[in-house]
Design a protein around this ligand. Sequence first.
Ligand code: GDP
Ligand code: MG
Length: 181
Amino acid sequence: MAEEGGGDEYLFKIVVIGDSAVGKSNLLARFARDEFDHNSKATIGVEFQTRVVEVDGKEVKAQVWDTAGQERFRAVTSAYYRGAVGALVVYDITRKDTFHSIKRWLDELHTQCDTTFAKMLVGNKRDLENIREVSVEEGKSLAEEEGLFFIETSALDSTNVNNAFEVVIREIYEKVSRKTL
Ligand code: GDP
Ligand code: MG
């Protein structure tokens, strides 16, 4: 869904994937509304949130999709992935198992979606340094292996959350605008 609307408007569909409880919904809440939800209430019914950002003086609508709990049953639908041009693939730096799941999420993404221009590996909860199980180096080297951008974030204290989305949006923008020139 990389459509050029009227004038200088772009709409990019971006999906957030990764194991349950890694912080996907909170990353999105932080990016879209600058909020953090300590109780982790499931946002049932909310499929996506939109935030407008400016890239090179152009208005870009980032439509960011949240799995809203489907991932718990590994039952993310094909509609979720359809037309996505960007992806944030998230693990929790304090849970090694969520890092080991990344390859499965990438497989699913590649199977379901052949339109992604930009993918970011996100190690979330970096505020919990004292109970870290995945080193920065491990994250970096997986990202290099898989051709992904890499960043560590904290949805709790906001560290790098905007960055994570903005790098993806900028990369999509560059690829889309190059194609349409
Ligand atoms: P999701 O299942 O991937 O959507 O994860 P949630 O966004 O619902 O978050 C799961 C749990 O992790 C909740 O209890 C959040 O409060 C907590 N959480 C999310 N992001 C962070 C973070 O950056 N730091 C810390 N310390 N906790 C977080
Ligand atoms: Mg969630």
